[in-house]
Design a protein around this ligand. Structure first.
Ligand code: PBG
Length: 327
């Protein structure tokens, strides 16, 4: 008989014991479901590179939100799909209160005041250049962009939404937006800063969904270099000082170390954005029968929570909630 003083397998011997010693849990309470909003009525268009994810018109978004609320998903991040002819250099539609995005936000908050609605603050969906900032002579201008973001944030805050998500990575935007919000009486509107947003190849399906790919160049002068982690600490310190309510890391899967780094060094809630490309690769492999989609999606979400994410923005949110319900 072999004498072993330690047998860790004892804590894995039954489902009941495994459940007792389980360290991390993902629940619907942790998830934010991103939604792509289309203008018009009764429109439902699947995103080709994101099977199972649709661009929906406002009436269908309302149904989707209701269904998700019934499944226990209570937070949504809504992105507008803007027709090319309505885009311009200054992203003027982004702060036109009669624009369909802002009208839809008002409608969603009116019908579902209990839902937590997050919005995107960045120029790219509305910009004819497809960049997150104002372009001049091929350069992305920082401070001039902030003024546009300020108008956009205010127009979004006026719809009654709960959380603003500045996703543009301009310097000083959290402080600037906080100031604009506060001086206009929106002290209760939260800011979830895209703190460490990397210049990543994992965003392409999202850009398909929104038709928002940059018309020239790339986003490397504002989004972070995937090789860097200490730089995330600089961004986190600034966002914290400037008044962010949450810090986000994006993408999530290839940046679990950054999630952990911020978690260990900040007392603010940490969000992870499980981005479009992370969703698409699971779906593509599952369609080929190479992976079990639901299983690996769950495993990915678990890894993000285990790394320290308090919140996960994920296209898997609804499916996850449906799976929980089935069990
Ligand atoms: C743009 C924005 C992007 C995403 C959210 N907001 C793309 C980008 O920076 O080009 C990506 C989300 C995803 O890939 O799921 N402000």
């Amino acid at each position: 008989m072999i004498q072993l003083s330690h047998r860790p397998r004892r804590n894995r011997k039954s489902a009941a014991i495994r459940a007792l010693v389980e360290e991390t849990k993902v629940t619907t309470d942790d998830l934010i479901f991103p939604i792509f909003l289309l203008d018009g009525k009764n429109q439902k268009v699947e995103v080709a590179s994101m099977p199972g994810i649709f661009r929906l018109s406002t009436d269908l978004v309302l149904k989707e939100v209701e269904e998700c609320l019934n499944l226990g998903i209570r937070a949504f991040d809504i992105f507008p799909v803007v027709e090319e002819s309505l885009k311009d250099k200054m992203a003027t539609k982004s702060y036109d209160s009669s624009f369909f995005y802002l009208r839809a936000l008002r409608e969603v908050k009116k019908q579902f005041p209990e839902a937590c609605i997050m919005t995107d603050v960045a120029m790219d969906p509305y910009s004819s250049d497809g960049h997150d900032g104002l372009v001049e002579d091929g350069h992305i201008l920082n401070d001039e962009t902030l003024e546009i973001l300020g108008k956009m944030a205010l127009a979004q805050a006026e719809t009654g939404i709960d959380i603003l998500g500045p996703s543009d990575m301009m310097d000083g935007r959290v402080g600037y937006l906080r100031e604009v919000l506060d001086s206009n009486g929106f002290t209760d509107v939260s800011i979830m800063s895209y703190t460490a947003k990397y210049a990543s190849g994992f965003y392409n399906p999202f850009r398909d969904a929104l038709d928002s790919a940059p018309k020239f160049g790339d986003k490397k002068t504002y989004q972070m270099n995937p090789a860097n982690s200490r730089e995330a600490m600089i961004e986190a310190a600034l966002d914290t000082e400037e008044g962010a309510d949450f810090l986000m890391v994006k993408p999530a899967l290839a940046y679990l170390d950054i999630i952990k780094l911020l978690k260990d060094n900040s007392d603010l809630p940490i969000a992870a954005y499980n981005v479009s490309g992370e969703y698409s690769m699971v779906k593509a492999a599952a369609q080929k029968g190479w992976l079990e989609g639901e299983r690996v999606a769950k495993e990915m979400l678990l890894s993000m929570k285990r790394a320290g994410a308090d919140i996960i923005l994920t296209y898997f949110a609804k499916e996850f909630a449906q799976a929980v319900k089935r069990q």
